[in-house]
Design a protein around this ligand. Structure first.
Ligand SMILES: [Zn+2]
Length: 281
């Protein structure tokens, strides 16, 4: 083959291969048979009911359940979510609240379909409700409640505290609540969106200030994450941790109770965010 033709041919092969690999990644993202996972219990009152790409959790209280995030609305996703909740021995009809922590579709896209199955109050921050309404138009889910910065809900024996931690989305909401390991209480923190998605220096500074404030909250021992790979460098990801939990021997520490890993994660995220701030200034 002539050298130029050969180069053009190789280039077209390269373009074909890279485009088909991104198409297959797109397909995997939407394919519930690829995404499905067996759900599992993490604490006495906390269950993972998500899929490979994104988490969803149930908090169990004495007066019903709270679901965190709804997965996307692709074919079969809502059915899988409901099945996962059944599989861990819970009844989706007991869900009293559904909390949406950020306005990216993989976290809220299934909300409207879910509303056809369960009778619960759906909540997000005002800013994120507005983004969701803009994105979905007529298909917007019912917007029952607004999760206020500094607010909380109490259901039975459980109080969940909210705070706004924007930077990933306009109204990202983070949670603080107690989890129990065979009756032993630990304070958990769930950052609703920790990947910075803005180049606005003021917004980056707000994101950092929030992280600095979270770092000062005493006694946080457990980090809850919405994607499997959000963790301190060198620490285990969500699924490796789940394996450790499954194989945990009697009396051994709970793999999620790792306060120094949470502090290290915050420190690394703060350092990365300052670096980003320097780049955009
Ligand atoms: Zn997101």
């Amino acid at each position: 083959m002539h050298q130029k033709t050969c180069r053009a041919f190789l280039l077209s092969v390269f373009i074909f291969l890279t485009s088909t690999s991104s198409i297959s990644q797109q397909n995997q993202r939407r394919d519930i048979s690829y995404q499905a996972l067996e759900p599992f219990q993490i604490f006495d009152n906390l269950y993972f009911v998500g899929i490979k790409a994104v988490a969803s959790y149930v908090i169990k209280t004495t007066e019903g359940l709270v679901l965190i995030d709804t997965l996307d609305g692709f074919d079969g996703f809502t059915d899988r979510l409901l099945r996962n909740i059944h599989s861990v021995g819970l009844d989706p009809n007991d869900i009293k609240y559904v909390l949406i922590l950020q306005s990216h579709r993989d976290h809220y896209g299934g909300a409207r379909q879910l509303q056809m199955h369960i009778d619960a109050l759906f909540g997000a921050s005002q800013e994120d409700w507005e983004v969701i309404a803009k994105n979905l138009g007529e298909d917007t889910p019912r917007m029952d409640i607004v999760l206020e910065d500094g607010g909380s809900i109490t259901l039975g024996d459980t109080t969940i505290h909210f705070e706004h931690t924007p930077g990933h989305t306009l109204g990202t909401t983070s949670l603080r609540f107690s989890v129990f390991d065979e009756g032993r209480e630990h304070l958990a923190y769930f950052h609703g969106g920790s990947a910075l998605r803005t180049d606005d220096p003021e917004k980056i500074q707000i994101f950092i200030d929030d992280l600095e404030r979270i770092r000062q909250i005493p006694d946080i021992e457990v980090q809850i994450i919405n994607h499997h790979d959000i963790h301190a460098s060198g620490a285990d990801d969500l699924f490796t941790r789940a394996e450790r939990l499954k194989n945990r021997s009697q009396g051994a520490p709970h793999p999620w109770v790792a306060p120094s890993e949470f502090q290290q994660w915050l420190n690394e995220l703060i350092a990365d965010s300052y670096e980003r701030l320097r780049q955009v200034q």
